[in-house]
Design a protein. Structure first.
Length: 379
């Protein structure tokens, strides 16, 4: 049986996860890509030729690629503010779409994308790879087992050591991302909703641009820096070449009231020396907390017995089993496999379109709150 023919809109960066289509046992392959940057197209073609001994076609116009390539599906990996344009065009051409998260940068835009998928009768999957991580699935299993009782509160801290990169590229402007509570936070907001079994109905937020607005900027039109080893670029005060325009926040704190009464909080910071997502889920019979998220050394601790001191080790400890070598602890390969199986009618994506839409809605509401005197916002 011939393999499914996939085309890429946006060829490099995060788009490299599309190489997972060529994994053994998956009946799909990337046959073409499109990008507005001709140099990126050349790199794209060279990489696929070298890694897979396969020629791929490159286009500067995504519409031309769709017209000429007889594709079975499209993967949209472009910056967030282009998601609506690219996904809707592909779906109107009758093509299934894999769309990198977040779904879009406004609720209205999300609704237009979803409506198009429904009207055209095509399959659309959003790239929520955290739905495929070991630690999130194990937490969900523990919560659903009832061992910590009825969930009352979820607290999430998100540390981002590589945060400078978000302020040196297109991510630094609201018109491109709205807020990092969407671009980055949509992952965790979705997982909070998943663990809690409900969406956010009200949010209040604080945040500000506290570090990266004070560092050296590059001139408009100058390409962003390319680092061979980002770990050498520390601390943030030693970095330079930041975007000419920065109008997003570099740390955020939001409080969420969910539809079922569970309360949650999410904090993100983009200038920490380490990277990790730390979840605490509290029920009326116990709590769980993860230490580490991906990389082979994650654990989840569960406390159900009382003791009036802090215990680093839980009553029960779950340790991450070995994962494959693909990105994000194997989650990227599982996600791409899920998309291929979804097209074939053998699987339903973990995150529904409504899940993706409501993660964006929460992020948008939080951004509105923190930019408007921290007033509560109903979602």
């Amino acid at each position: 049986m011939s393999k499914l023919r996939f085309g890429l809109i946006g060829c490099l960066g995060r788009a490299r996860i599309a190489k997972q289509c060529h994994s053994d046992g998956l009946d799909a392959e990337i046959v073409a890509g499109t990008d507005v940057d001709n140099e990126k197209l050349e790199v794209f073609k060279q990489e696929y030729s070298k890694e897979f001994q396969q020629e791929v076609n490159g286009y500067l116009d995504y519409k031309e690629m769709i017209e000429k390539e007889n594709l079975d599906a499209v993967m949209v990996m472009t910056p967030d503010h282009f998601h609506e344009e690219h996904a809707i065009y592909a779906m109107k051409c009758g093509l299934p779409v894999f769309l990198e998260k977040p779904l879009s940068i406004s609720v209205d835009s999300c609704d237009r994308i979803i409506s198009t998928a429904e009207e055209c009768g095509v399959k659309l999957m959003i790239g929520h790879n955290m739905r495929h991580m070991w630690f999130t699935n194990k937490m969900k299993e523990i919560v659903d087992s009832g061992v910590i009782g009825e969930i009352q509160a979820i607290w999430v801290r998100h540390f981002v050591s590589y945060g400078a990169g978000y302020f040196q590229k297109w991510y630094s402007e609201r018109e491109h991302v709205n807020s990092l509570l969407l671009q980055k936070g949509a992952h965790d907001i979705d997982i909070i909703h998943w663990l809690a079994g409900a969406y956010t109905k009200r949010v209040c937020a604080f945040g500000k641009l506290s570090v990266y607005d004070k560092l050296p900027r590059r001139n408009p039109g100058t390409p962003p820096p390319v680092y061979e080893d980002r770990e050498k670029n520390w601390p943030p005060s030693e970095e330079k070449d930041f975007s000419a325009k920065i109008d997003i926040e570099d740390h955020n704190m939001i409080h969420m009231e969910l539809e079922n009464g569970i309360q949650a909080s999410y904090q993100q910071c983009f200038y920490t020396p380490d990277s990790c997502r730390n979840y605490t889920v509290i029920g009326n019979k116990g709590r769980l907390e993860n230490y580490g998220d991906i990389g082979g050394d994650a654990t989840i601790q569960v406390w159900t017995n009382r003791k009036d001191t802090f215990r680093l080790e839980g009553d029960v400890t779950y340790r991450e089993p070995p994962q494959d070598g693909s990105g994000h602890g194997g989650a990227d390969s599982k996600m791409i496999k899920s998309f291929i199986e979804y097209i074939a009618g053998n699987e339903v994506p973990g995150a529904t379109l409504l899940d993706s839409r409501n993660a964006v809605a929460c992020g948008c509401g939080a951004s509105e709150s923190l930019r408007n005197r921290n007033i509560p916002v109903d979602i």
